[in-house]
Design a protein around this ligand. Sequence first.
Ligand code: PHE
Length: 329
Amino acid sequence: LKQEALKNVETLSTLEELNAFRLKYLGKKGVLTSYLKKLKDLPLEEKKQVGTILNELKDLLEEILVKKEQEILFKQEDILPGLDLTLPGRRPVVGGLHPLTQVIKEICEVFGRLGFDMVQGPEVETEYYNFTALNIPEWHPARDMQATFYLKNGSILRTHTSPIQIRTMLERKPPLRIIAPGKVYRCDDDVRHSPMFHQIEGLMVDKEVSFSDLKGVLTYFAKEVFGEKTKVRFRPSYFPFTEPSVEMDISCVICNGKGCRVCSGTGWLEILGAGMVHPEVFKSVNYDVSIWQGFAFGLGIERIAMIKYEIDDIRLFFDNHLYFLESFK
Ligand code: PHE
């Protein structure tokens, strides 16, 4: 057996042959293994002798096989010139979440803690959901061709996430609390604007929802996302689908090794629009305005990410340069 095995091992020239050989002699059902199994039937003296011989052969074969394997591998090196088997391996590059995805996730988690469900809506919308149902009349400047992308079939690309308010209210019964992130489209394109950007819409409807709930929820959000010390202020504003309407600013201070400074001329940055749901909007979804009240808000993700990470060009989010993306891992 020994001679046969040693003779055979010399003829091995590929890894497949080597593995077949290993299986034939040393595998679970291999020749040598079956002999070793039979040992127990022999008388004690013989068992010792034969056992020693077999085990020595097993060790010898294993040793030879390892050497043979190396030999074969080094021969393969000739086939692939320049292959250095001793080089350390390269780590695979692991991807990370896009900074905008990270911000969306963080904000949705903050509102999730306040009981808001995440919902989504279509990016191709009708003028009805995007404008009419939101009390945006025909003559409103937002309907101007300049801001809206019109499709050949008469649909439009949604210009904000507010149509999701309408779709959700039609689908669900009040009370409800939703948060809806998504892409929106407007035809302007410069350093500050991109034809596609992201918003998050929020809507809460219940029997007793007041303006102080709006202030409380949005103040909590600002402190969670921008830090406990952040101050907020509300300025009166106008949106056709909310009344009263406000814009919320956050205070912002940028600190570095040398000291701190305010981030804008006034120290305030506008981050979202909000207001109490307009009765006309409730009427378009058949909610009884004598029972239900609500507040809504909409915020721009890129704007928030730019403030948070001090980025000055919105287009960086969409260029997909690795040096930019990798700094957010
Ligand atoms: N849809 C508004 C915009 O895009 C933001 C907004 C949403 C304002 C909800 C008030 C309430 O500018």
